[in-house]
Design a protein around this ligand. Structure first.
Ligand code: XLS
Ligand code: NI
Ligand code: NI
Length: 437
């Protein structure tokens, strides 16, 4: 096959002094940080949907992307050819993983049977290319939001047939993920939410969503798929209110319906912003519950209130993200998945390289900064010291569950007043972080 990127060879690590834009300045796959290589820590993944299916269209204008390898048709041959191009790109970039939706990789047919046939024909090429390049599938997912049948949602649709269709689609997407050795499978609630409560039985819809996920758990066991299931929180867009609105809402939902042992969370930066949280908040919420699974790495724009899915380049963002990831033991099945797209104005194929190189370098710096902050130890020591009153005396007694209300009353009556508070030292800590960044 003719090369789609003939002028580009494998992107190499050239170090921070390099002026070559098509090189890594910080991502050195073999470099060891906290006992693991950067490759093992970061587990970068390229998304198929934005990178190979994004056209650059917006509500005001047509697509702009120059993708000379794509004949623009909906044929299986074009999809197979596109898959080979995707692997040339991922291999030249040196990312170890990729992710897809069923409908990104293969064209939807007139019937489910035809769609499945198309999917199998493209999956065959994906499998060959995985084998040829060593690139692996981080996770697969099903697109349960683009087709007009999903107008009222998929598993939360008022139409039971739509639930059945969505289940059939997930069944197939799980099978293909399994066949391709995928390390995970993601559920993002595309239109699982509502526009108005006037027409919505929210309780019933949420029960249906839980039923759907239980069916997936059962089927996973049935086919022997060992990958990790993820839920990806997002508060809005496309619906006004999505049920998987943020990490805390997802955890509560999973607990309520006895699903928590089967799922972890896939935290997306831009979704955290839309939920009115920082991504660190979401990572800490997931991590504290033992459910930090993977991340969709991107960034939003504070001036724009939607999911702009920009590539992450902010070093504070990546450093804070990696601080949380390292704190909770690093990725096991998950990774840093670039759910991000080049801007409509960045329409040349080479922009795909610039975007990913920038994101990978930003995360490599974030990893190194987080490791340096941890090695220095002053931040962790400050936090530990701040809670020192819980390590002994009355604090330790409360934490161990042995103190009663009566006893606490006696304690304070005797003491007269609580021990003096100390400063939170926010500015001092912000300065401390700036010593590293
Ligand atoms: C949309 C989501 C989506 C999921 C996969 O906002 O981020 O891309 O990651 O369905
Ligand atoms: Ni995402
Ligand atoms: Ni998103």
């Amino acid at each position: 096959m003719k090369s789609a990127f003939p002028d580009i060879t494998r992107i190499a690590y050239e170090g921070a002094q390099s002026k070559n834009p098509l090189s890594f300045k910080h991502y050195n796959a073999a470099e060891v940080v906290e006992g693991k290589t950067m490759h093992e820590h970061l587990r970068f993944a390229v998304v198929y949907w934005h990178t190979f299916r994004g056209t650059g269209s917006d509500p005001f204008g047509a697509g702009t992307m120059q993708r000379p390898w794509d004949d623009g048709s909906n044929s299986v041959v074009n999809a197979q050819n596109r898959a080979r191009v995707a692997f040339e790109f991922i291999q030249k970039l040196g990312a170890p993983y990729y992710c897809w939706h069923d409908r990104d990789v293969a064209p939807e047919g007139a019937t489910l049977a035809e769609s499945n046939k198309n999917f199998d024909a493209v999956a065959k090429v994906l499998k060959e290319e995985q084998k040829r390049t060593g690139v692996k599938l981080l996770w697969g997912t099903a697109n349960l939001f683009s087709n007009p049948r999903y107008v009222h949602g998929a598993s939360t649709s008022c139409n039971a047939d739509v639930f059945a269709y969505a289940a059939a689609q997930v069944k197939k997407a799980m099978e293909v993920t399994h066949e391709l050795g995928g390390e995970g499978y993601t559920f993002w609630g595309g239109r699982e939410g509502y526009q108005t409560l006037l027409n919505t039985d929210m309780k019933r819809e949420q029960e249906h969503l839980a039923r759907f996920l239980h069916l997936a758990v059962d089927y996973k066991k049935k086919i022997g798929f060992k990958g990790q299931f993820y839920i990806e929180p997002k508060p809005k867009e496309p619906t006004k209110h999505q049920y998987d609105s943020d990490a805390a809402a997802c955890l509560n939902f999973l607990r309520e319906f006895d699903l928590l042992p089967h799922f972890k969370l896939n935290i997306e930066t831009n979704h955290a912003t839309l939920a009115g949280h920082t991504v660190q908040h979401e990572l800490e919420t997931a991590g504290a519950a033992g459910a930090l699974g993977s991340i969709d790495a991107n960034t939003g724009d504070e001036l724009l209130g939607w999911d702009t899915d920009q590539f992450p380049t902010n070093i504070y963002l990546t450093a804070y993200t990696m601080l949380s990831v390292l704190k909770y033991g690093g990725f096991t099945t998950g990774g840093v998945n670039f759910d991000a797209k080049v801007r409509r104005e960045s329409f040349e194929p080479v922009d795909l390289f610039h975007a990913h190189i920038g994101g990978m370098d930003a995360f490599a710096r974030g990893l190194k900064l987080a490791a340096a902050i941890r090695k220095d130890g002053r931040l962790a020591a400050f936090v530990a010291d701040r809670y020192a009153s819980w390590d002994k005396g009355i604090g330790a007694k409360i934490e161990s569950g042995k103190a009663t209300m009566k006893e606490l009353e006696t304690y304070i009556l005797k003491k007269g007043e609580a021990a003096a508070n100390t400063s939170g030292r926010q500015e001092f800590l912000e300065n401390l972080i700036n010593e590293f960044i």
